[in-house]
Design a protein around this ligand. Structure first.
Ligand code: ADP
Ligand code: MG
Length: 664
């Protein structure tokens, strides 16, 4: 048994106490009128008419019976339990448990007993089990553990927190998680553990943040305030309030002696580039060099162009370094960089290769930070003495996720768009409306505008992606004939080819650009006003929003058409949400709700912490509260010294966070 439990990660009595049910089965009878659609329910009723059994193939079957429950006549369906038919007798009472479909007035049941409900009082925890362990056995173990060791369970939260939030003490809460009388018990017990779990997690993050600040002193960059103000005045537009606030936050980090580790979030088009330019300029006036790192060559080129335009009038030297800069040119740049003749270096990951060394690197900015691996970010942070680091992202990250995944970073948000932006009109069309959509597109082209056509992402195969884009390119080339030129861009082209195609589109030598998702980030062609996204249901909301951000960048009204035949409700809901809002943060919150935290960043780099009881989406208020409490605690001497926080400190220590920190 010990080994079987160990397989479930239960190694101690404490683990056993904290092995919580993942749901509760409520066997108490309820009035069907009060049961919500898709809720689980137990009912007792009289069999009304012969049950019918149908087979689909050898193993699959469907057993249907009509049941009179109080005054309702409902249907009960059992899948793949044909043997139950023999136990059913017309006009006899049975008790069934299952999921209630309100529209069909049907219960899809998985449990049945003959006769009246035997468990009228029962509210039973359901545990995830493995191997030889049974739910019954596990419950017995837990029961015994409480009998023997229950009195040894101690509180870890200070009394004042329990009182402030009216939380149950740890022993009672543990007991109710396993042996509740009803839903209210579970709710109260859960409330306590949600807070405890978030608080411990946030204490960890806040402690890490504190240690990182104390242990990796940075450079206090004494930038020239007046020069920076002049620079801001010289911009072609006034900063938005949000930009100004974020600039202040970043500058004050740079000015202080700890090392900046800041995440800057701003929706597409919110004006992050200017913020980058201002902070780079400030760093230069303090006598340092700056670097901007982006994920693709196209983006690097565009950034180099816009930064040069903003900075060179002030005598700042900007250079582009990508992997296509080779040989003599590359050596020249490296030399100038080491001499300090170059002030700002812009590029892809080529920036963090070993042979690239700066004379005096003070500030590093990365754009689209979550596309860079953690390792690349670390290498970047280790370049130069201890440069301040600013991570920029255009993918709005819901606040709950940001303070969880990036809990150890400071976060700035540009939550305001420059004035006068036109909202992009978004429509959802089914595939059979393609002709009309193309007609609409042609109208835009006839007015001198340009269009993007995005082809679906098929994650498993880059090859299929490319083939898809090639097919669509062919179709559209035939459709537009010699009237408009259609370009084709995909991930299989080399960077020179991509550049040539992008260049053509930028200069309006091609009017339509068919592309896989490589145009997703940053690309800026203000004359493009129309975007058509094929198979839009394959994309997440955040990604659709990113794609859509390629249009609406100029003075003209822009349109985005989502071509999609989503098969399920969630897919349809996503299309509807896209047509209803242009707000990236709102979309990201919805995305989180629809896809869950695990999927938010995609499979490859989730780095999501797992909570046992707490749910970031539903319990976000508790998360905010715990975060604020943790931030205050970590900064107080009491937390590190006082007796009342001892258990919390010990819990943190056990999780390895306080390694190297001396406890009293
Ligand atoms: P993103 O945050 O997507 O990187 P950009 O920095 O590319 O956004 O800015 C988008 C556009 O908005 C650019 O053309 C930029 O010049 C313009 N812009 C930025 N800030 C302002 C502002 N405060 N007022 C008006 N236009 C602005
Ligand atoms: Mg600093």
């Amino acid at each position: 048994m010990g080994a079987a439990l160990a397989d479930m990660n239960i190694h101690s009595i404490q683990d056993l106490f904290e092995y919580f049910p993942y749901r509760y089965e409520d066997f108490r009878l309820r009035d069907l009128a009060e049961v919500k659609h898709e809720e689980r329910v137990t009912v007792e009723g009289v069999i009304h008419g012969e049950p019918s059994l149908m087979y689909h193939g050898r193993k699959k079957s469907r057993l249907t019976v009509r049941l009179l429950v109080d005054r309702y006549l409902i249907k009960v369906v059992f899948f793949n339990q044909p043997y139950l038919k023999q136990k059913m007798t017309v006009n006899e009472t049975i008790t069934v448990t299952g999921k209630w479909d309100q529209h069909r007035q049907t219960i899809t049941a998985n449990q049945m007993s003959v006769g009246e409900n035997q468990k009228k009082q029962e509210f039973e925890p359901v545990y995830a089990i493995k191997g030889k362990v049974t739910v019954k056995g596990l419950r017995k173990h837990i029961h015994n553990a409480f009998a023997q060791f229950g009195s040894q369970i101690t509180e870890i939260l200070p009394e004042e927190l329990l009182q402030r939030y009216r939380l149950m003490n740890r022993r009672d809460a543990l007991k109710l998680m396993h042996f509740p009388q009803g839903a209210e018990d579970v709710k109260q017990a859960r409330r306590r553990f949600v807070y405890e779990e978030f608080l411990l997690f946030q204490l960890k993050m806040q402690a890490l943040r504190k240690f990182e600040r104390e242990q990796s002193p940075g450079i206090a960059q004494s930038y020239q305030t007046t020069a920076v103000q002049e620079f801001i005045k010289g911009l072609p537009f006034p900063l938005t309030n949000a930009q100004q606030r974020v600039v202040n936050e970043v500058l004050s980090d740079m000015n202080s002696s700890y090392r900046m580790n800041r995440l800057l979030q701003g929706d597409v088009g919110s004006g992050k580039t200017v913020v980058a330019a201002i902070t780079l300029y400030a760093s230069i006036t303090a006598g340092y060099q700056g670097a901007l790192m982006v994920p693709t060559e196209i983006l690097a080129e565009q950034h180099a162009e816009s930064l040069t335009a903003l900075l060179s009038p002030f005598g700042i030297e900007c250079r582009l370094l990508t992997s296509s800069v080779k040989g003599k040119k590359r050596r020249e740049i490296l030399g100038e960089l080491a001499d300090g003749n170059i002030d700002v270096l812009i590029g892809t990951h080529a920036l963090i290769q070993d042979d690239v060394s700066f004379k005096n690197l003070g500030l590093v900015i990365t754009d689209e930070q979550h596309r860079f691996g953690v390792e690349q970010r670390r290498v970047l942070r280790e370049k130069g003495e201890s440069p301040d680091v600013l991570f920029m992202t255009a993918t709005p990250i819901p606040r709950t996720l940001a303070i969880t995944v990036f809990g150890e970073m400071d976060v700035s948000v540009i939550d305001e768009m420059p004035a006068g932006r036109k909202t992009i009109e978004t429509y959802w069309a089914k595939h059979d409306m393609l002709d009309r959509v193309l007609g609409f597109m042609e109208k835009e082209l006839a007015q001198g505008r340009q269009a993007y056509v995005i082809c679906p992402l098929i994650e498993e195969s880059d090859k299929l992606d490319v083939q898809n884009a090639i097919d669509v390119h062919h179709t559209l080339s035939v459709y537009f004939g010699s009237r408009y030129k259609v370009g084709l861009m995909h991930g299989r082209l080399n960077s020179a080819e991509k550049d040539a195609i992008m260049q053509e589109f930028t200069e309006n030598k091609s009017q339509v650009l068919v592309s896989t998702t490589v145009v997703e980030v940053g690309v800026n062609v203000p004359n493009a006003t129309f975007m058509l996204i094929y198979d839009a249901e394959r994309f997440g909301l955040s990604q659709l929003h990113q794609l859509r951000g390629r249009v609406g960048r100029g003075e003209f009204q822009s349109y985005c058409i989502l071509l999609a035949d989503p098969k399920n409700e969630v897919g349809k809901e996503r299309m509807r949400i896209m047509t209803e809002t242009n707000d990236g943060f709102e979309l990201s919150e919805k995305d989180l709700e629809l896809r869950g935290p695990g999927d938010f960043f995609g499979k490859k780099q989730s780095g999501m912490p797992e909570f046992r009881v707490a749910d970031m989406v539903h319990d976000y208020r508790a998360l905010e509260t715990a975060r604020n409490d943790a931030a205050v605690m970590v900064q107080s001497t009491a937390f590190w010294q006082s007796e009342k926080y001892r258990s919390l400190r010990q819990t943190l220590e056990a999780s390895g966070v306080l390694a190297g920190e001396k406890l009293d």
